[in-house]
Design a protein around this ligand. Structure first.
Ligand code: NDP
Length: 318
């Protein structure tokens, strides 16, 4: 039940690279943004180790430290950052209504959604134990650390196929663990995988356990679901590429989404189907999913919000 109400010009939901970049631009445009961080303040990058591909850090930077830098910059420029979880929204009329932690209602002239996406995991205890220590859900982020080593990747969709071929350029050998006897990925991607000599595909195979020495990954136990034969793969890296789910459930029914829940924005912009509501980052991007692309669309969202408000003001005062 909502108890308090507050009005803001620009509300930013989510605190990954998209949200913080939107915050930086919105602050500088004097939109006096208020950000709710969500439960995982700083987003997916706070769960990674070293980030080497974010421009501006020639020596690389640890993910949590990078997000701390984002936060400090947004705060210094005037964003009010609050820890809290948006539990529901009502976009039926202006201003938009957003409920935080089930108790507080905020009305907002503009809303920037940057709630991101979460990687799907297999759900094994050992997978969680070695997350960041050999287990990763992002080959582009972490593949480099396995240069010349043997790795395994699980999944058979376009992401897995793309990441397997990416890893094959760095690793000595890539085992691709496919649970059925065929891929889900497009023909072109499968063709690329089949034509990469250092990828070995293990069909009808499932992951039983990630093996490790207590510090990092040393192998993977897999089982053939036809014969029940178990094999230990000698790998130091284990990549999970079984899909992502966008964190957009609370917007269902209000915003147009694709069949997997990614918010649809007007091409070349961050506008959603509701006026004054913009979306940036992984909540609307299932293709690139990089910190730098999320930051780019965060910047776009703040500019779109600022222009939307300026146009409205112009109509009111004209
Ligand atoms: P998908 O949902 O397409 O594929 C997920 C894959 O993971 C499937 O092969 C599925 O197996 C497998 N999987 C799911 N759960 C498990 C599990 N518990 N154990 C083992 N395997 C599992 O996700 P993607 O991320 O690959 O792709 C998402 C969307 O993004 C797709 O529409 C894709 O086409 C698109 N995309 C496009 C790209 C491009 O055009 N360049 C690049 C990357 C993605 P199964 O097949 O048996 O269900």
């Amino acid at each position: 039940m909502s108890q308090e109400t507050e009005h803001v010009k620009c509300l930013i939901i989510g605190s990954g690279p998209a949200g913080y970049t939107a915050a930086i631009y919105a602050s500088r445009a004097d939109l006096k943004p208020v950000m709710y961080t969500g439960l995982l303040a700083g987003g997916q990058l706070t769960q990674t180790t070293e980030v080497e591909n974010f421009p501006g850090y020639p020596q690389g930077i640890m993910g949590p430290e990078l997000m701390e830098d984002f936060r400090k910059q947004a705060e210094r420029l005037g964003t009010e950052i609050r820890f809290g979880y948006v539990s529901s929204v009502d976009f039926s009329s202006l201003p938009h209504k957003v409920v935080v932690d089930d108790v507080k209602t905020i009305t907002a002239d503009t809303v920037i959604i940057s709630t991101g996406a979460s990687a799907k995991w297999l759900g094994l205890e050992s997978e969680q134990k070695y997350s960041g220590f050999g287990v990763s859900a992002c080959a582009v982020c972490d593949g480099f650390f396995f240069k010349g080593q043997d790795v395994a990747i699980v999944g058979a969709g376009d992401t897995a196929a793309e990441e397997a071929t990416y890893l094959a350029k760095l690793a000595r050998k890539v085992y691709m663990i496919v649970r059925r006897d065929e891929f889900r990925a497009s023909k072109a991607m499968v063709h690329r995988v089949l034509n990469t000599p250092n990828i070995e595909i293990l069909y009808n195979t499932e992951t039983k356990e990630i093996l490790g020495d207590g510090q990092s990954v040393t192998g993977v136990k897999v089982i053939n679901n036809q014969t029940n034969a178990e094999t230990d793969l000698d790998v130091t890296g284990f990549f999970v590429a079984i899909g992502h789910h966008p964190n957009t459930d609370i917007f269902k029914g209000w915003l147009h989404m694709d069949e997997t829940g990614y918010i649809i924005t007007r091409p070349g912009s961050t506008e959603t189907n509701v006026e004054g509501v913009f979306c940036a980052g992984d909540a609307q991007d299932h293709i690139y999913r990089q910190a730098v692309t999320a930051a780019g669309t965060g910047c776009m969202a703040a500019i779109d919000a600022e222009r939307y408000l300026a146009a409205k003001e112009h109509v009111v005062t004209a």
